[in-house]
Design a protein around this ligand. Sequence first.
Ligand SMILES: Nc1nc2c(c(=O)[nH]1)N[C@H]1C(S)=C(S)[C@@H](COP(=O)(O)O)O[C@H]1N2
Ligand SMILES: [Mo]
Length: 315
Amino acid sequence: MLIKKTPDILSSEITDSRLYFGRRRFMREAATLALAASLPTRLLADKPTWLNNISPSDFSTSEQPNSYSDITTYNNYYEFGTGKDQPQHQARNFNPWPWQLKISGEAEKTGTYNLEDILAGRAMEERIYRLRCVEAWSMVIPWVGFPLGELLKEFLPTSRAKFVEFVTLNDPSRMPGQKTRVLQWPYREGLRIDEAMHPLTILATGLYGEELPNQNGAPLRLVIPWKYGFKSIKAITEIRFRETAPNNSWRQSQPGEYGFYANVNPEVDHPRWSQARERRIGAGIFAPKQETLMFNGYADQVASLYAGMDLKRNF
Ligand SMILES: Nc1nc2c(c(=O)[nH]1)N[C@H]1C(S)=C(S)[C@@H](COP(=O)(O)O)O[C@H]1N2
Ligand SMILES: [Mo]
């Protein structure tokens, strides 16, 4: 289909973000004309209201962001295939709207909410964060999102809420990778409540000023910039406040290789490879690897969360 192909062709040439936004607007208009009869209303509308006012964030890094093409064609998202180039294709026809978000567990307000209602009128920020995968590659991504803690507080967690668990949509008919057993579905993640409340932890609803592409976790994904990428769970459909520590999918699958904390740490190697250096996606195959920074460069903000802990044991 013509319209679905357009982003790939355009994004490969994009370097300047203003050019990018102009083209995206053009594409939206073209999509409205061409597919008015066949697309759900949500997709046809101009930007969703919550993407109309995005302010830059003081938490952003000053590093140069990766291109839109890098960010949307090199993905880890096993619900849509285990290859990095698969999610862009296999998630193409996934329509996230309407989306339900369930809030459960140790909070005064629980229930199932319409995500559009949760996002409507909410202030969004652009936060340019490094993403460091456990596989020793990295990217810099201009996320659009808002602090997770801000949302969590609205549900009035009780004093028993010591941890937060996140669950991805479980629907093999819409997520073909869930028909295979590479992981136990649905994908799950967890944070300690103080990690979840930390101002660097965000829920992302977009990138490069636009709605989150499906392959990056539409409509809602977590971004925790000081932890390995697998903690940043995509397509979140449930948030549960818990008294006890939840397990997380990669730790459940290979507990010797993946821990609960998963803090980026150049001194603690993965059992099968070093974590001391990283390869920046898009830098070119001859570019030298760069040193990985403790807590992915966010040590000043987050090291105090782990004061007194043995980070080799709590990896
Ligand atoms: N539901 C779900 N979330 C997920 C994954 C996944 O397979 N399923 N992969 C994780 C991993 S390993 C990484 S590195 C990041 C990649 O995010 P990106 O594709 O937006 O760069 O998503 C994380 N979130
Ligand atoms: Mo990852």
